[in-house]
Design a protein around this ligand. Sequence first.
Ligand SMILES: *Cc1c(COP(=O)(O)O)cnc(C)c1O
Length: 401
Amino acid sequence: MNVKETGMSTRALWAGEKEYLAFGATQVPVVHSVSFGYDDMDEWYQVAIGKKEGHIYGRNTNPTVRAFEEKIRILENAEASTSFSTGMAAISNTLGTLLQPGERVVSIKDTYGGTNKIFTEFLPKQHIEVVLCETGNHDEMEKEIEKGCSVVYLETPTNPTVKITDIKRITRAAKRAGAITVVDNTFATPVNQQPLSLGADLVIHSATKFLGGHADALGGAVCGAKHLVEDIYHYREINGATLDPMAAYLLLRGMKTLSLRIDRQNENALAVASFLKTIDLVEDVYYPGLASHPGHDIAKKQMSGFGGMLSFSVKGGVETVRHLLPNLAFANRAANLGSVETVVGPSRTTSHVECTPEERAAMGIPEGLVRYSAGIEDIDDLINDLKHAFYMLPNHIKSTN
Ligand SMILES: *Cc1c(COP(=O)(O)O)cnc(C)c1O
């Protein structure tokens, strides 16, 4: 039976590993070797020119790293894949490969903070025109794409207000314009959303988040059509943002439980979002799994689960957040997300720390917004922890809000 015909849990465990096992070990080894030696000069040459499978130098390829690339490739149902030292390296190397001076890229205002910096700070310096549309305004996006562009860059759900873009609709417009569509699938993971099957050309991951799932290794990946991935790989092998074999091993190990974790995180996030809706001090709850979320209908169409990420705003803004978050016993107050432990943080400190309060307001990010990455804890404990955290707020906050 082919692993490509299996369910996500089986696939997350078995995909991509067999070829890289050694000495009868059942687990992929961490190959800490900068280079790979050859006694046969002809064989060495054949590998070096890519005519024969094998490894030459660690900046290019490594067996542990290859196993990681294979696993994510099979999970995303892609023809090819390559890897990077971080998610941002995956994004910058992909855009660096696909965009030339004078060209145009269409994206959304709500991309990940680092991605937004590439769009607003670095690409314009290379004379690349960047158009950032209102996230969720599909008409505006279609109009901008129609004017001509070489890349359409999407992220859905977004950070931190989990806005949704219709991947099928936008990739259709991109195809008409002859543009390549790239989707950052970090928040959804292949368990909840398969952008390639919805028409995207390339899928990007910050493997640092849900793929690894344990907040102990940085990494990135790009999956998609072979000719595109080969070009991006070439850019990366020369520019040098290589994934470290130890990180590849940690990510591989984390990915074995991806499907289990995501199922639980989907459930926990929905339960937490529904609970927060009942709290007086909570102003708004943002979660695509709630019928009240503006992207709910599209999310229902293109996602098989709504993900582990949500956010909520509290009455009293920063002052309430300052008192609320330290009260949580089972949450790390940190900038990462997608880990087995619940992680919380104010958006003004984490995802949008580079913006001014005015810029955040313009992006629809209230100062009292909290990003909540649901872990795999027992749901009753997460709810009770939140209940207790609100209960423990000082009276001046409870009475004035
Ligand atoms: C974290 C993140 C990135 C960047 O990944 P790093 O591994 O931190 O470089 C990109 N996109 C999204 C959606 C992210 O959450």
